[in-house]
Design a protein. Structure first.
Lengths: 247, 311, 301
């Protein structure tokens, strides 16, 4: 084992990791100690980053301007940016019992700006999805049930293949459209529907939703396990094998 | 021309000039003065103020998208128009809206930064109270403050050294680090990031425990969910997919367009993904989107009870 | 509800449903640790979405500039870290300049900078060129309001990044727009592509405001976001998608097919075999729980 900065850093990281993992057994003071260190470091870094990564250049430098230096042109100072300080600090009135309504001024600005954008961004996001959901439901050829297999097709053959809708594709499209409409029926017709067609679509929508949730569950599981494997690699390989045992 | 880049106007002054600092000071005094004046506002006026501000903020973007935009090509050589002036009110407003976008974006970013500080302030307030009143477990609050102060000091010194000192570009490489860079690396990468990763990875244990205890095939829905999850998980396992596909490939005609080729795990998963999973999630997305659109309209017009405009 | 009599021995079904939590956790730790010590080759067929993303990156002309959204931190390093590594290696080897910005987390810019420096040094150690800050890449910092920033990038990137400074090779600060990376960028489409590496909802914010504007979009997301982001790949709003640890391994596999003899494999190859054991444990745990339930039901019947 070589005692150097990297070993010290990794060892500290391993102790902190084990400290946080100790909560799996039960809540304990060792866990709380590391939890508070984590919180303290996160808050401290937020204080640094909010100034260095954003406010310094986007607010302060614009407000006070700059003089020409070393090939860089100077900029005038725009004093109106100073008004953002009292407006931003209004948000902190949320902690006042009597005057917390004032915090709604900056929050209202942010929410208003977000709400105004929905007019257009909704279509940017969902328009292409709506158009891609409109699919041909009837085949236009019965020369083959499935898409024919052509080894190394030419671009002309590919174009011809894409222009055709084979019966298997039509069935897939019917399943697609039915799934989409059923799931939407389940969401939109959340009030009691008397119509039998809507009721059965709603029920099938609920079942088809489970397919979507199954996909989400499978992917979520992969992600969480990947994060754990990353931590195990850090402990067993990076720290123990490479740095402590020196292999 | 309110937001155009000019050297010296009512809105801009030379950097470092006394006129600039005087205007900044006056803006801050006026801003805080208005804040304190708002404290005296009667209850009825409060809602009107917040509703008005929210509406004006949203109105900018509504106008941005709906107002006729200035024609392209009329901004050549930095001059908007050959004759130097907008022709009418519509064009004037169009140019104003377009020119204002960087400023509106700046305002949004800066205000968001200030509001992000709320979380910081809240933590300092809660733990500060615990520490100074010697409430139970105040020792942990002391640890929190020590860690916070260490990160702030190290973070700022490191920032200054890596951006404002001669030869700062060399400090990018660990071989050129000084003690402050090592300290920053230890606190940020060695501790903060590592503990962040540990916190997130703990959920893996809970997922396994929850799946073992609660995932039961008691209904049609649960069966469908479990079956789909299993197909997704198998498709994520490269070895399983390889062996399954290999087995299917041995069926005559499977690799030359025969129907058997459709039963490889990759094809089954692809079909379910494209024709069932995608529309199901798309349907959920549409539902969420319609809700977001309705919520956006209600927030903009302050129709939402208990929202930003509630006083 | 009647409390179970503690003197009555548990039936097989009840035993199968009540394994102690500690035992489960221990087995999970073993399943996610032991395979790491072995080199287990796992065959892999990349998904079409990953192939499309790789091909889009691979066909970018040398010397062009792309925008990289880095909205990840070490909390999701197992997936997004591997994705970011693969992306930066591809950009380095293709000689593509990149500008890195963040809209999700104040910690993300420093994480990205540290990772790029580490990757660059690793490339140089293995005979590659690496990248130099200012000349090959710039860091544009953190933008707290993702919506406003994305809108401004779409309208005029010079205004979005105009106030940002970065460190020049001589150690002084200069406007990022005057760097070799951004000096030719005047409009959105002067960027050849935007690739977002994220574990947050900035993916939808970016799609809402930057898709359909003539800029190819690629995304590299965590596993959780894979299914919901795949919807946008299906509607061709994204030119390519890499999701989760499988996506990382797909990109590394594709890199290995193109950049022969170079360091291509990283976290994907290291973690993917172990993932099999963890997933198998999950499947076994669910099966055991359900078998226990069925045995209990039969016993009561």
């Amino acid at each position: 084992m070589v005692l150097n900065y990297d070993t010290l850093k990794l060892t500290l990281g391993v102790i902190a990791t084990i400290g946080l993992y100790s909560v799996l057994y039960r809540e304990n003071k060792f866990y709380r100690f590391w939890e508070h260190i984590f919180l303290g470091l996160a808050v401290g870094y937020a204080i640094v980053a909010l100034w260095t990564e954003t406010l310094k250049e986007s607010w302060w430098d614009k407000m006070v301007g700059s003089v020409p230096t070393g090939g860089e042109a100077g900029n005038p100072g725009y004093w109106a940016y100073a008004l953002l300080l009292p407006i931003g600090l209004m948000g902190y009135f949320v902690f006042s019992r009597k005057h917390n309504w004032i915090s709604r001024v900056p929050i209202g600005i942010i929410l208003g700006l977000w709400a105004g954008q929905q007019v257009q961004v909704w279509w940017n996001r969902y328009g292409p999805q709506i158009s891609s959901s409109i699919r041909p439901l009837l085949p236009n050829t019965t020369s083959s049930f499935t898409v024919p297999y052509i080894q190394n097709p030419s671009s002309g053959q590919l174009e011809q293949l894409r222009a055709q809708v084979y019966p298997s594709q039509a069935i897939s499209n019917i399943v697609f459209v039915f799934t989409l409409l059923s799931v939407i029926a389940y969401f939109l017709f959340s009030f009691e529907a008397k119509n039998r067609l809507v009721k059965s679509m709603s029920l099938s929508g609920r079942w088809l939703l489970m397919v979507g949730f199954g996909a989400i569950f499978g992917s979520t599981v992969m992600m969480r396990f990947s994060l754990l494997i990353d931590q195990m690699y850090f402990i067993w390989m990076e720290w123990l094998t490479h740095h402590i045992l020196g292999r | 021309m309110l937001f155009a880049q000019v050297e010296k106007t009512f809105w801009a002054e030379g950097s470092g000039s006394s006129a600039l600092w005087l205007k900044i000071l006056m803006a801050v005094v006026v801003g805080f003065g208005l804040t304190f004046a708002m404290l005296k506002l009667p209850a009825r006026g409060r809602r009107t103020l917040v509703v008005g501000i929210t509406f004006l903020a949203g109105l900018y973007w509504v106008l941005y998208y709906l107002w006729p935009q200035p024609l392209p090509g009329r901004l050549a050589n930095g001059s908007p128009l050959p004759h130097g002036q907008p022709r009418d009110l519509v064009e004037s407003v169009g140019f104003w809206i377009k020119d204002a976008q960087p400023v509106v974006s700046d305002f949004a970013n800066i205000l968001s930064s200030f509001l992000l500080g709320l979380g910081v302030f809240s933590i300092i307030r809660i733990h500060g109270r615990k520490l100074f009143r010697r409430q139970p477990d105040w020792g942990f609050s002391a640890v929190l403050f020590l860690a916070m102060i260490a990160m702030v000091i190290v973070g700022y010194v490191n920032y200054y050294q890596t951006r404002y000192t001669p030869g700062s570009s060399k400090l990018e490489l660990p071989s050129n680090w000084g003690s402050w860079q090592f300290a920053n690396d230890l606190l940020f990468n060695g501790l903060l990031q590592q503990m962040d990763a540990a916190m997130f990875s703990v959920i893996a244990f809970y997922i396994l425990s929850a799946a073992y205890r609660a995932f039961r095939i008691r209904s049609v829905e649960a069966t469908i969910l479990l079956s789909t999850a299993l197909i997704v998980i198998f498709s994520l396992m490269g070895i399983v997919a390889y062996e399954w596909n290999n087995a299917v490939a041995h069926i005559p005609g499977a690799t030359t367009g025969g129907i058997a080729g459709n039963f490889s795990l990759t094809e089954i998963y692809k079909w379910i993904n494209q024709n069932v999973q995608t529309p199901a999630i798309r349907g959920i997305d549409f539902g969420v989107g319609i809700g977001a659109l309705a919520m956006g309209l209600r927030l903009w017009l302050s129709l939402e009870r208990g929202g930003a405009s509630a006083a | 509800m009647a409390t179970p009599d503690p003197t009555t021995p548990k039936s097989l079904g009840e035993k199968l449903q009540s394994l102690p939590r500690g035992i489960l956790y221990l087995i999970l730790v073993i399943c996610t640790s032991v395979p790491l010590f072995f080199n287990i080759p796992v065959p892999n067929e990349p998904t079409q979405a990953a192939k499309d993303l790789f091909n889009a990156l691979n066909s970018l002309p040398a010397g062009s500039t792309v925008l990289v959204g880095s909205d990840w931190t070490v909390s999701t390093r197992g997936e997004t870290g591997g994705e970011f590594d693969a992306l930066i290696r591809i950009l380095m080897r293709k000689g593509i300049k990149f500008a890195v910005y963040t809209t999700a987390d104040p910690q993300a810019p420093e994480v990205a900078r540290d990772e790029i420096v580490m990757l660059s040094e690793d490339e140089k150690k293995h005979g590659g060129k690496g990248v130099e800050r200012w000349n090959d890449w710039v860091s544009l910092g953190f933008f707290p309001n993702a919506e406003a920033t994305a809108n401004l990038i779409a309208a005029d990137p010079t205004k979005a990044f105009g106030s940002k400074k970065d460190v020049k090779p001589d150690g002084t600060l200069g406007s990022a727009l005057s760097s070799p990376v951004l000096k030719d960028i005047k409009t959105l489409t002067d960027f050849k592509m935007l690739i977002l590496v994220t574990g947050t909802q900035t993916s939808t914010v970016t799609i809402e405001r930057l898709s359909g504007k003539g800029l190819p979009l690629g995304m590299m997301v965590t596993g959780v976001m894979g299914p919901e982001t795949a919807v946008y790949y299906d509607s061709r709003q994204l030119n390519g998608l890499c999701a989760g640890l499988k996506g990382v391994y797909d990109m590394e596999t594709l890199m290995d097919g193109t950049f022969k003899g170079q360091v291509n494999f990283g976290r994907g190859k290291l973690y993917y075999p172990t993932l099999h054991f963890a997933l198998a444990l999950l499947i076994v745990a669910v099966i055991v729980g359900n078998v226990g339930m069925m045995i209990s039901r039969k016993g009561k019947a």
